[in-house]
Design a protein around this ligand. Structure first.
Ligand SMILES: Cc1ncc(COP(=O)(O)O)c(C=O)c1O
Length: 473
């Protein structure tokens, strides 16, 4: 040990010795359990008073780096490494907790994690089963895709002009007349909601939403500082909206066709009533229409098809029909809105995958998309009937539900308030994953969002048996 404190340094002798000792421990020169020289020896070596050494050792003991053993001397403490690591690393936990975006609910984090486990029965997943995805057909169609050299570069701020023109034709069948300038291609419908939250609303703006709502299970508006106000089905709509709106900017988010999580489909009267009330009060509407192609029988008009004044921001996606992995969706809106959102999107990700846009354009333009959807609807209908039969046989005395009109979901309501976190965790122990109602409405302990879209028929049967067993207990 030849080191001595530097008397010319701006640091005090005391501080220099503390830092020197910490470095010895950090570098492993003094491992855990190393016995330090006596105080007298240290004082002589550093050419300082024993009282300085005393102070240094006291400080390092208080920090947990050194410990004294009576009668034996001073040693490097067991925990010294952890203490040093804690001190040298940034406090990430503090960064995380102080950041803007809200975390997922713990239950949703568990759902996301468990969905990676192949052995789990997914009774709630809002995604097509691998056996319903047209993987082989997509692979085959790639061979007939001819790409211009620009096609897979960065795309225009609003997304591929080709895809936007094709979408204009496609949306006519939904009763929506629009132009490529009024369309923005996004990376899934979820990005559409995020762009609207940060690009069109002031902090503290009000988002009206159905009750329960998909928006409670993700947090694009909440994280941007917006207030969420649930609107009950039987509320007097005009009064509720007028009173709550007051002087705040506001917007109504809804999923009128095959709602997530309830699977409900609004009547045409309900659609017209919401549209005209919002128009009268000048409240813009976000119509989230990602499930409409999956209606089993009749089709219900989009709110956007009534819209003559740019009141409705219309959101669509291929995630529920073709492939969520392509990450392609769209927003139809007035031009200034599209330009604003496109500008933010460019700042966020420089545009959605050009390759995915080519695939979607090809599938829609060639009719592959629509013929796939015809088959998909039949498959989903079979699955819905299969699950409804099991429910009728086993759940009739403890729960109620509405017959599915399409899409993925049955909103199963238990007569007793039993759908709590304990049930969720107990099912997980039995390898069954559910989407409990409380992630869509924190006070709801009655519902489960059942999805017949993901698990195989055998898994659905087994999973529902286990659910029955546990709920009966
Ligand atoms: C109503 C609704 N909107 C948006 C999304 C997100 O879709 P995407 O995968 O296109 O982002 C979902 C997915 O569950 C949904 O159910």
């Amino acid at each position: 040990m030849h080191w001595k404190p530097d008397r010319q340094s701006h640091l005090t002798v005391h501080v220099q010795i503390v830092e020197w000792m910490k470095t010895r421990i950090e570098r492993g020169d003094w491992t855990v359990g190393t016995k330090l020289p006596t105080q007298r020896h240290l004082a002589a070596q550093f050419e300082v008073n024993r009282s300085t050494i005393n102070l240094v050792l006291d400080e390092l003991k208080a920090d947990g780096l050194l410990e004294s053993k009576i009668g034996s001397g001073t040693f490097v403490a067991n925990n010294s490494w952890n203490v040093l690591l804690d001190k040298s690393q940034p406090n990430w936990q503090q960064h995380i907790e102080a950041s803007i975006h809200k975390p997922n609910y713990h239950t949703i984090q568990l759902i996301n994690e468990c969905e990676q486990n192949d052995n789990i029965i997914r009774l709630g997943t809002g995604e097509l089963s691998p056996e319903l995805l047209p993987t082989k057909q997509i692979e085959h169609s790639l061979k007939s895709l001819s790409l211009e050299s620009r096609a897979i570069g960065y795309s225009e701020p609003q997304g591929s002009k080709k895809l936007r023109s094709i979408l204009c034709e496609y949306l006519k069948k939904r009763g929506i007349e629009t132009a490529p300038e009024n369309i923005l291609i996004v990376s899934g419908a979820l990005q559409a909601l995020q762009l609207i939250a940060v690009g069109l609303l002031e902090e503290g703006a009000i988002i009206f939403q159905e009750h329960p709502s998909y928006l409670n299970s993700i947090h694009p508006f909440q994280s941007a500082g917006m207030r969420m106000i649930p609107v009950q089905r039987d509320d007097n709509l005009t009064n509720t909206l007028r009173v709550a709106k007051r002087k705040r900017q506001s917007l109504f988010y809804c999923v009128p066709t095959l709602h997530n999580p309830t699977g409900r489909n609004w009547t045409i009267e309900e659609r017209k009533a919401l549209y005209s009330t919002c128009k009268q009060l000048q409240i813009p509407i976000i119509e989230d229409d990602v499930y409409h192609e999956l209606l089993f029988e009749s089709s219900s008009p989009a709110l956007k098809s009534f819209d003559q004044s740019g009141q409705v921001l219309y959101v669509g996606s291929v995630s529920k029909t073709l492939s969520p992995g392509l990450r392609i969706g769209w927003i139809v809106a007035p031009e200034p809105v599209i330009q604003r959102l496109a500008d933010i999107k460019m700042q966020t990700d420089y545009g959605s995958s050009a390759f995915s846009q080519e695939i979607v354009a090809h599938w829609i333009a060639t009719g592959l998309y629509e013929s796939h959807i015809l088959q998909l609807r039949e498959q989903l209908k079979l699955r819905a009937t299969f699950v409804e039969e099991i429910l009728e046989q086993q759940f009739q005395h403890i729960a109620t539900w509405e017959k599915s009109e399409g899409g993925f979901y049955i909103w199963l309501r238990f007569n007793e308030p039993i759908v709590n976190k304990a049930l969720f965790l107990n099912l997980l122990k039995k390898n069954v994953l559910i989407n409990p109602g409380y992630i869509y409405d924190t006070s709801d302990l009655h519902h489960i969002r059942l999805s017949y879209a993901y698990a195989s028929l055998e898994e659905l049967k087994e999973g529902l048996n286990i659910l029955m067993e546990l709920t009966r207990r």
